[in-house]
Ligand binder design. Structure first.
Ligand code: PXP
Length: 243
């Protein structure tokens, strides 16, 4: 099986920095440690309320990180303008609700189809790879293909929270979703809620070529350091691919 890419989401380095309002810890410093730890991409979410990553962070990441930057963003005119100005390697379009603690569900592509049909080609024309963060639901995945996305990131949050037989059922939904994404000619990514205990089954899905993981890695970094936290995830992903 092909090597699977690891995107490390560094939002919560910014959360910690913002708790005191200064400049430490610096998300760019973390971004520059990812490559040596075995990661392939820096992922960061510029939320509408700027609760963690700021405009200045995103600008510095795109200009100075030594890895491709995957900018997560809501499908708004403001975010489209920022992405077109900064031109990150990739954009992942996510749903956003102000009251949520994190991205709680996949994008409703069916509902937003008309506006995504405008936005996705504009991003792609600027040389940005576009993925849509979607639940493993057949109609949503088909709509993602219709709006012209390059990739789908399957939302693994429900799988991550499920236990026992319910988890196996969610895993099967992810497997079927990944197969459909490939059949539709799109690249398949996955992420949300992944940790050392639940990552292997997702990394073993052959159609999945990229995982984006944040909260667990930053939390684990408190105990073992950021590099070791990412390194161990890399090892688990490689082992799941039979590498
Ligand atoms: N992928 C997307 C699209 C996300 O919105 C998030 C959370 O910001 C992640 C992956 C990472 O999720 P987690 O922080 O739970 O690993």
């Amino acid at each position: 099986m092909s090597r699977i890419r690891l995107g490390v989401n560094i939002d919560h380095i910014a959360t910690l920095r913002n708790a005191r309002g200064g400049s430490h810890p610096d998300p760019l410093r973390a971004a520059r440690m990812i490559r040596a730890a075995g990661g392939d991409q820096v992922t960061a979410h510029l939320r509408e309320d700027r609760r963690h990553i700021t405009d200045a962070d995103m600008e510095r990441l795109v200009a100075s990180a030594d890895l491709p930057v995957n900018m997560e963003m809501a499908a708004t005119a403001e975010m489209l303008a920022i992405a077109l100005r900064l031109r990150p390697h990739a954009c992942c379009i996510v749903p956003e609700r102000r009251e949520e603690r994190t991205t709680e569900s996949g994008l409703d592509v069916l509902r937003g189809e008309a506006s995504l049909c405008q936005m996705v080609p504009r991003l792609r024309a600027a040389g940005i790879r576009v993925s849509l963060f979607v639940d493993p639901d057949e109609e949503q995945l088909r709509a993602a293909a219709r709006v012209g996305a390059d990739a789908v990131e399957l939302h693994t949050g429900t799988y991550a929270l499920a236990r026992g037989a319910a988890r196996e059922k969610e895993l099967e939904r992810l497997r079927r979703g990944a197969a459909l994404v490939r059949e539709l000619g799109l690249e398949c990514h996955a992420g949300h809620g992944l940790d050392y205990d639940n990552v292997s089954a997702v990394a073993a899905i052959p159609e999945v070529v990229e995982l984006n993981i944040g909260h667990f890695l930053i939390g684990e970094a408190i105990f073992v350091g950021f590099t070791e936290s990412v390194r161990r995830m890399r090892r688990l992903m490689d082992a799941a691919r039979g590498a």
